[in-house]
Design a protein around this ligand. Structure first.
Ligand code: HEM
Ligand code: CU
Length: 656
């Protein structure tokens, strides 16, 4: 009896590895610390009422951002572990199985649990404010999306200490991801973690499309929307076409593993190529989903910090839309070498190259916007200036990869690793950092310290080039991706050493950012203007942080860059247009259901991972009960009385 419990426990809690022991202890201590702090300061009720049940888009946005920064930490630690393993030939730090697990979890976490939520966080913070709305179209759904993402990410993350991590790569190609090759639970954690959070992402896509199309302030025409709003729209349209493919693909893989279906196994009549096509029909658009909003962020920042209207607004909109359209016709460039034949390869090579055109248009538009502008080099602008060369080089190596015959050489080499990190770090991560610095004062009412920020910026940037430039040469020299070690005879030692140093420089850059945030929370002056950058769009017209209802009276929009125009009018001595009298404001009520329902999904998912129906079924029942309870909840909204709006506004504006 005792023996069997011990055996179960040793399989269940993955042990025997110092890294995992370390993680176990770390998790336990963090949990104890959190419970202690919340209890000591009597904050449980506050946490529940103000945050976990909140349907306020601004709070949801902040929670997304906190979660994604934690995931950036975890994914970053994974990256540094791998770079440590590769620092020299014949290092024995991670064994091959462990290396496989780490590159798999690193890739999944960075894309799905770091980039996506950071993006959703910015959507949530900015979009309603930028279009002059009081909230998103479906606030309850918004909260549900967040909690599904959160519990999905948690399910994926616990695999490290419970049962074992997935190790079949971030896209889990069969047959590696099939039961025959991955009999453990890692792959099931992968399926359920991504599935649960992916459904949240799909709902967010729908939510923001409706928000942008239906909730804009009176007068705001489509062609007057801020560029970040446009980029969000294009990203969300891509989401609603791409994510259903992911959902179905993972469901089929689950059926293969769980019920012995044979969709993707050659025995039994399936075909792994089917999976590879499907997963890339999602996977390629996915990388555009995360990069398009970065384009929007740069457009906002370039215009604001050059004190000029964005150059080529219409061509920007057209470029965004055509990129999201073409992103669906390039997926086969991920397997040029897998025998599609010359005609198919040529088609996908050309569609891939076409995307370079609208992207180039955008880069020129940014440069023309800066041309003769009065540029101020604050941190959001710095990150933007760092992004442009990085993204241009990354884009050009992408075009090289899209040359099908050449790809037979580059395929699965470090050249590819260098390319996609260049666009993902230089484009996506730098882009979202720029956005975070830019909108930080709107979220919290103070700016981040510039000096520490400059340190972070330079460490990340220099670290980036030091880390990834050598990898292009390693790739050309024949080093393939996903190798956990190599011999002295290959001659790859020196460049790998340089690359690892660069990786650690970025790690130090991240520490500076953490320090910067901590320092700024303590010492920064409050921004009482609500408009610290002299912004152009509506979010800067209200106090920071914005009151729950955002706008006391909805703004009337007459032009692109409405807030900027309004400031011009005021400067010329025009009085602000008379405001209509205040009215009670209609608001959604907080709800605990999204949190509880997503927790039930987590429980059900955990049950399915271990094939414990006694756990999965109650979990699913919980989900059903939550839906039932919600459909019988009629008390879902309330009104903020005029008096209270007046008091809030006076308090917020009084200090202006
Ligand atoms: C912060 C610095 C980073 C470093 C030093 C780093 C390093 C690495 C390394 C060493 C690998 C494994 C290469 C191999 O052996 O095949 C890898 C893979 C990968 N990384 Fe990163 N990475 C970083 C950031 C990111 C970011 C920000 C993203 C995405 C937003 C990302 C996405 C990926 C993906 C998708 C893979 C492929 C995983 C797979 O092969 O299944 N990385 N990275
Ligand atoms: Cu692609």
């Amino acid at each position: 009896m005792f023996e069997s419990i011990k055996e179960f426990a040793s399989e269940f809690f993955v042990t025997g590895d110092p890294l995992i022991y370390g993680a176990d202890v770390g998790i336990a201590l963090t949990m104890i610390a959190i419970v202690f702090v919340l209890t000591y300061f009597k904050r449980w009720g506050w946490l529940w009422r103000e945050w976990l049940t909140s349907v306020d888009h601004k709070k949801i946005g902040i929670m997304y951002i906190i979660a994604s920064l934690l995931m950036l930490f975890r994914g970053g630690v994974d990256a540094l572990l791998m770079r440590t393993q590769l620092v020299m030939p014949d290092v024995e730090f991670l064994n091959p199985e462990h290396y496989n697990q780490i590159f798999t979890t690193h890739g999944v976490i960075m894309i799905l649990f770091m980039a996506m939520p950071l993006m959703f966080g910015l959507f949530n913070i900015v979009i309603p404010l930028q279009i002059g709305a009081r909230d998103v179209a479906y606030p309850f759904l918004n909260s549900l999306s967040f909690w599904l993402f959160f519990w999905g990410a948690m399910l994926f993350n616990v695999s490290f200490v419970i049962g074992g991590s997935p190790d079949a790569g971030w896209l889990a190609y069969p047959p590696l991801s099939e039961l025959s090759h991955s009999p453990g639970v890692g792959q099931d954690f992968y399926i359920w973690g991504i599935q649960i959070s992916g459904i949240g992402s799909l709902m967010t896509g729908i939510n923001f499309i409706v928000t942008i199309l239906k909730m804009r302030a009176p007068g705001m025409k489509l062609m007057q929307m801020p560029m970040f709003t446009w980029s969000t729209l294009s990203s969300c349209i891509t989401i609603i076409f791409a994510f259903p493919i992911l959902t179905v693909t993972l469901a089929l893989l689950f059926l293969d593993r769980y019920l012995g279906a044979h969709f993707f196994t050659l025995d039994g009549g399936g075909n792994p190529m089917m999976y590879i096509n499907l997963i890339w029909m999602w996977g390629h658009p996915e990388v555009y989903i995360v990069v398009l909003p970065a384009f929007g962020i740069f457009s906002e920042i370039v215009a604001t910090f050059s004190r000029k209207k964005l150059f080529g607004y219409k061509s920007m909109v057209f470029a965004l839309m055509s990129i999201s359209f073409f992103s669906f016709f390039t997926w086969a460039h991920h397997f040029f070498t897998m025998g599609s034949g010359a005609n198919v390869n040529a088609f996908f090579a050309i569609t891939t190259m076409i995307i370079a055109i609208p992207t180039g248009v955008k880069v020129f538009n940014w440069l023309f916007t800066m041309f003769r502008g009065r540029i101020s080099f604050k941190s959001p602008m710095l990150w933007t200036m760092g992004f442009i060369p990085c993204f241009v080089i990354g884009g050009m190596t992408g075009v090289l990869l899209s040359v099908a015959p050449a790809d037979f050489q580059f395929h699965n080499s470090y050249f590819l690793i260098a390319h996609f990190h260049q666009v993902l770090i230089g484009g996506v991560a730098f882009g979202y950092f720029a956005g975070l610095y830019y909108w930080w004062p709107k979220m919290f009412g103070f700016k981040l310290n510039e000096k520490l920020g400059k340190w972070a910026f330079w460490l990340w940037n220099i670290g980036f080039y030091v880390c990834f430039m050598p990898q292009y040469f390693l790739g050309l020299d024949g080093m393939t991706r996903r190798v956990s070690t190599y011999g002295w005879d290959m001659g790859w030692g020196p460049l790998n050493m340089v690359s690892t140093i660069g990786g650690f420089l970025m790690g130090i850059g991240f520490l500076f950012q953490v320090w910067q945030i901590a320092h700024s929370i303590k010492f920064m002056e409050r921004d009482t203007t609500g408009d610290p950058w002299n912004g152009r769009t509506l979010e800067w017209s209200i106090p920071s942080p914005a009151p729950v209802y955002n706008f006391a009276t909805l703004p009337q929009v007459t032009a692109q860059d409405e807030w900027w125009e309004e400031k011009q009018r005021r400067e010329q001595g025009h009085k602000p247009a008379p405001q209509p009298p205040l009215e009670p404001i209609h608001m959604p009520r907080n709800s605990g259901i999204p949190f509880i329902k997503s927790l039930c999904w987590f429980i059900a998912g955990f049950g399915f991972v271990f094939d414990w129906l006694w756990m999965a079924i109650p979990g699913l029942a919980g989900v059903a009960i939550c839906m039932l309870v919600r459909s019988f909840t009629y008390n879902t909204d309330y009104y903020i009385p005029v008096d209270e709006v007046k008091r809030t506004e006076a308090a917020l504006r009084g200090s202006v």
